[in-house]
Design a binder for this molecule. Structure first.
Ligand code: ATP
Length: 299
């Protein structure tokens, strides 16, 4: 298990991470979220052992992070860190050897991964000759070449097309099924919601929300109802517990303060004609993110 306990990091007088704690268990996929400058990369660097915390502690399976455990950590950083003059194969041999693998193991795993990422033809090409997206695939392959216990992915999907996002997600899910712990950051909440159960949202280095997405959504309480048909926006707004009504191209989105309000809106709908849609949805993670970060800024 990865245990991050009360970590704080200063750059000079500036506090970039403030008393942050969370845990990631084997097989869990965990998202570290936050606006630009919230402290995500700084947190990743502390977990990777590249920066020291000023306070607090980080342990992986009970051991502090040092050279004895860094072989078990794979990472994909936001900035590219490949040796671009090398071929893909030589980069893998170099990186895999650093991670304690032998040549045979490295080449077997590389061939498997190149095939899964549909880039086998680039094995003997220099990295600098590859497109940005393909370089990102190679960097991801390097990060997982030794099936790390802990995988850290800083913005893994940036610059990828939707097809390649799916390839990355599939691989991440497989690693988690085999027991790896995965932490990633992303500004795309729809990616987070699709395959991750637990999150922290950081603001100015502090956690403003943390826990399982299902609990966060339950506690948030607000929901949305989508209605198609002949309804009146002002009448809807007069129903107790309706917070807002947004007219969309061919439907209304009714924002309600809690589940109890659904039946009041439904009672109103029953008095109307031509209703072809009445659909209730929990608030999206994006909505919760915007609302909570907004609230915290106002404090
Ligand atoms: P982004 O989403 O933009 O990548 P982030 O959440 O990863 O942002 P960090 O890169 O961790 O944020 O930065 C957190 C804060 O610390 C920012 O205000 C940043 O300006 C500051 N910071 C980061 N690195 C340094 C440094 N080496 N020296 C001084 N301040 C720094």
């Amino acid at each position: 298990m990865l245990k991050v306990e009360n970590i704080t990091k200063y750059y000079g007088d500036f506090k970039a991470v403030d008393n942050l704690s969370f845990e990631v268990k084997p097989g869990e996929i965990f998202a570290l979220l936050g606006v630009n400058g919230a402290g995500k990369t700084t947190t990743f660097r502390m977990i990777m052992g590249l920066l020291e915390c000023n306070k607090g502690s980080i342990t992986l399976d009970g051991k502090p992070i040092d050279y004895s455990v860094t072989d078990d950590i794979g990472f994909l950083t936001e900035e590219r860190s490949l040796l671009t003059k090398l071929t893909v194969k030589d980069q893998a041999l170099y990186y895999g050897t650093l991670k304690g693998m032998n040549k045979k193991e490295i080449l077997k795993r590389l061939d498997e991964l190149l095939e899964r990422f549909e880039v086998s033809e680039y094995k003997n090409r220099k990295i600098k000759e590859l497109s940005k997206g393909n370089q990102q695939k190679i960097q991801f392959i390097m990060a997982i070449i030794n099936k790390p216990r802990l995988l850290i992915l800083d913005e893994p999907f940036s610059g990828l097309d939707p097809f390649n996002v799916e390839l990355f997600k599939k691989e991440i899910l497989e690693l988690s099924k085999s027991g790896s712990m995965i932490i990633f950051s992303s500004h795309r909440m729809e990616h987070v919601e699709l395959f991750c159960k637990k999150i922290v949202i950081l603001l100015k280095g502090q956690a403003v929300i943390e826990g399982y997405i299902k609990d966060i959504k339950r506690d948030y309480r607000k929901m949305n109802i989508f209605i198609k048909g002949d309804v009146d926006q002002d009448e809807l707004l007069r129903i107790g517990g309706v917070l807002d009504v947004i007219e969309k191209s061919d439907e209304y989105e009714v924002k309600i303060e809690s589940e109890q309000v659904i039946e009041y809106v439904f009672d109103y709908i029953k008095t109307k004609k031509n209703i072809t849609k009445f659909m209730v949805e929990e608030a999206s993670l994006n909505e919760i993110f915007v609302s909570k970060v907004g609230e915290a800024y106002e404090k």
